[in-house]
Design a protein around this ligand. Structure first.
Ligand code: SAH
Ligand code: SF4
Length: 332
């Protein structure tokens, strides 16, 4: 697809055609299966200051928490009990967890069951990424957020697109299934930037591609900016499905933060993955990347059951499979 074609679709030139083509491609490659990933948000400490994120270091209003290695492993065990094929171990960029701490989480989870382990720990050094792969980690999720240098610098002070891209390459070299993604409607993001971002993201030829709309958090510098458009996020997801038919594409919780039910709707416009939170109820509300994140106050079992029920209501099948990259099997 050319950039002007992507731009036209993003502007709404053919929503019915776009959404039905994306849904058809998804069904062709995944049938009715929707993969579930249980997310364990084990620390909300972060050394960075991303201007969009509620967990930024400068935000003094966050009640900070850290879970122990054993508590994370208890969540991994719960995933197994609930027949969830993948856990996503996520945190702010919290370097108080050493290479070996994370290694114990990965090795422990893999020893306990055949669950796939995705790490999403931010910008950790290459030697640590390689070590965790050796411990058994299967996947790593590191969103590029945007490829536009100026916008990136405005959103993630002190950090660069080049560094993030190098890390994605390091992950690939280490043998991970690699996921990345963008935030749509970041303050200052033009339609042209988003069109370019989607094409560049697809060009990376990754295993997972995520789109989340910007959700303003009141305790951040972007707190008074306009929220992202759900429709634009849906168009971006559908375009990515056309560009990357075999990629795993989650329907993100940021959609639900903007409108209840939007996350489920995303499964009808190209997404094939849902990521319910397995984070213990006593801390999950404090993982407030944006308002409305983990707003669904229930214990992890109830959250997972609600996600499965929502999938069934759409006539789709909540899969218990590990849901590894089809792209690899077909292309690799
Ligand atoms: N610290 C790690 C992982 C946790 S943040 C990292 O940054 O990679 C996970 C994701 O939350 C980020 O990649 C970003 O895309 C998303 N995010 C943060 N604040 C957001 C906001 N206000 N609106 C939408 N997405 C946001
Ligand atoms: Fe930290 Fe990630 Fe939030 Fe940035 S997006 S402040 S790195 S948790």
């Amino acid at each position: 697809m050319r950039q002007d074609e992507v731009a036209q679709l993003l502007a709404g030139a053919d929503d019915p055609g776009l959404f039905s083509a994306a849904a058809a491609l998804t069904r062709e490659n995944f049938g009715t299966d929707v993969y579930l990933r249980g997310v364990v948000e084990f620390s909300n400490h972060c050394r960075n200051n991303c201007r969009y994120c509620g967990l930024r270091a400068a935000n003094g209003h966050v009640h900070r928490y850290r879970m122990s290695v054993d508590d994370v492993l208890a969540c991994a065990h719960l995933a197994r009990e609930l027949s969830i094929g993948t856990i996503v171990v996520q945190s702010g960029d919290d370097f108080s967890y050493s290479r070996d701490d994370i290694g114990r989480i990965v090795a422990g989870a893999k020893a306990d069951s055949d669950v796939a382990v995705t790490l999403s720990l931010g910008d950790r050094p290459e030697d640590e990424l390689a070590y965790w792969r050796d411990c058994g980690a299967d996947r790593y999720l590191l969103k590029i957020e945007t490829f536009d240098e100026a916008l990136y610098a405005r959103c993630r002070p002190g950090l660069t697109v080049a560094d993030r891209l190098n890390r994605l390459e390091a992950l690939r070299r280490a043998g991970y299934e690699v996921g990345s993604g963008v935030i749509t409607d970041l303050p200052g993001m033009t339609p042209e930037i988003l069109a370019k971002d989607l094409l560049r993201l697809a060009d990376l030829d990754l295993d997972m591609l995520a789109v989340g709309p910007f959700v303003p958090h009141p305790d951040t510098p972007f707190g008074h900016e306009a929220p992202g458009s759900i429709l634009t996020a849906f168009r971006a997801m559908a375009i990515l499905r056309l560009l990357a038919p075999l990629a795993n594409i989650p329907s993100t919780s940021a959609l639900n933060a903007l409108r209840d039910g939007a996350r489920e709707q995303g499964l009808t416009v190209g997404a094939n993955v849902l990521m319910p939170s397995l984070t213990p109820e006593n801390v999950s509300a404090d993982y407030a990347i944006y308002p409305g994140k983990n707003a669904f106050r229930a214990d992890a079992r109830a959250r997972v059951e609600a996600a499965r029920e929502a999938v069934r209501r759409l006539g789709l099948t909540p899969s218990t499979a590990v849901g590894g990259s089809k792209r690899r099997h077909h292309v690799g």
